[in-house]
Design a binder for this molecule. Structure first.
Ligand code: MLT
Length: 407
């Protein structure tokens, strides 16, 4: 008899964003006349930067000729891209990262989901609340939790992010082994200072723990005082892995390219307390389960670091940040309090009511899609997340429709 992994039965019925997509498509079927404006899932809407498109085309042409064709590439990514990433995203900011510590992949979602395979089922995992659901669901799938009750899984240490702590969780009171952090935060849009991040690095060093740092939204940081990478913090190379993506920074959500940084000092321990190098383990996993990102996509990603690519991606980011500013201004005028939207594309609005009913009201009455905060965890109840990824015109239209409903 074929048996299932019963941990899957503990999961909530469907993945948050699939659930929302289903509700939206049901609404749209019933109301085909409504032009629904999507400020829900953080999916970019503007075309790829021209420098990336040019590099993409050129690489496709290379693939057409026997003399320049490429078959399987290195699983970890081509040297040209690994080197451009390490130089521009890290060494230029005094974060010492070597080219071969970069592992190119098809998404930060996949990487943050897959990385937990390297660790024992028996470890204690600390996960923020609210949180990007992938971190939690993948630990549930792996059997690191008990049952789900009252909005939480037994066995997880929840790191609460609330208005009281400025949506930056405090260090756990107990000893934990694996810590997920995401800054600029999804969903709250909060950021972390270098000093605060240092307290997490110190905690991890002291407790022989590991931090999984999701920096998928770092491109939105405009404030020079804020760290873009955990590797800007002293001591982090030993205790942190960082995830980055071209999805939001260069519009690659449909093109797929991301990377994970695993420093060679980064370690975890066996049952006897012997230290093991996570770089080798991740490399082993990557080579076994992944065949690399396609050559044209990696050439397109490399172009992000060209002179024109830098200008064009900066323009994309400031476009979405202008949308975020407009959302903040309109929300403020309506008298609601919010967080995020400054160094982040997400605005976390205190809706002063149940978040799914707020979601339904905005969809049904205004034809606007947001993301209900409760979908990100218990501490998200009462909030909604508004994403700045859409055209300025659509954001302006969405905000005036929202204003008509809430005034
Ligand atoms: C989000 O809306 O939280 C993200 O776009 C989802 C993702 O990146 O997978």
């Amino acid at each position: 008899m074929i048996k299932i992994n019963e941990n899957y039965l503990k999961l909530q019925a469907s993945y948050l964003f699939s659930d929302i997509a289903k509700r939206v498509s049901a609404f749209q079927k019933e109301h085909p006349e409504t032009k629904v404006i999507k400020l829900g899932i953080g999916d970019v809407t503007r075309g790829l930067p021209p420098a990336c498109v040019k590099a993409f085309h050129k690489a496709v042409d290379e693939m057409a000729e026997d003399t320049s064709f490429r078959g399987y590439g290195p699983e970890q990514g081509y040297d040209f891209l690994r080197s451009a990433i390490a130089e521009n995203d890290f060494r230029a900011r005094d974060a010492e990262i070597a080219d071969d510590e970069i592992f190119v992949s098809d998404g930060a979602k996949c990487d943050t989901a897959n990385i937990q395979e390297l660790f024992d089922t028996d470890i204690t995992v600390a996960i923020p609340d609210p949180v990007y659901p992938v971190y939690l669901d993948t630990n549930v799938m792996a059997g690191r939790t008990g049952a789900y009750a009252d909005g939480r899984f037994e066995g997880i240490v929840y790191l609460e992010a609330t208005r009281d702590n400025g949506f930056v969780p405090r260090l756990p009171q107990q000893k934990v082994d694996l810590i997920y952090l995401c800054f600029p935060n999804n969903p709250t849009g909060s950021t972390i200072s270098r000093d605060e991040l240092k307290t997490w690095v110190d905690y991890a060093r002291h407790n022989k723990a590991l931090i999984l740092f999701d920096a998928a939204y770092e491109a939105f940081i405009g404030d020079a005082a804020l760290p873009k990478s955990i590797f800007e913090v002293e001591g982090a190379r030993e205790v942190a892995i960082e995830f980055r993506s071209f999805s939001k920074s260069a519009g690659f959500t449909g093109t797929r390219c991301a990377y994970t940084v695993v420093p060679k000092e980064c370690r975890a321990f066996d049952a006897r307390g012997n230290s093991h190098n996570l770089h080798s383990l991740w490399n082993r996993r990557h080579c076994t389960k992944f065949n690399g990102v396609s050559y044209p996509v990696q050439r397109a990603a490399e172009a992000v670091y060209s002179d024109e690519g830098k200008v064009q991606t900066a323009e994309l980011i400031s476009y979405y940040l202008e949308n975020a500013e407009l959302i903040c201004t309109e929300i403020e005028k309506l008298g609601y309090s919010y967080d995020g939207g400054r160094n982040s594309p997400y605005i976390w609005v205190d809706g002063q009511r149940d978040s799914w009913s707020f979601f339904d009201m905005l969809l049904e009455k205004a034809g606007v899609v947001c993301t209900p905060g409760a979908g990100f965890g218990t501490c998200g109840e009462g909030y909604i997340r508004i994403s700045a990824f859409n055209s300025y015109e659509n954001v302006a239209e969405a905000m005036s429709r929202i204003a008509r409903q809430l005034k």
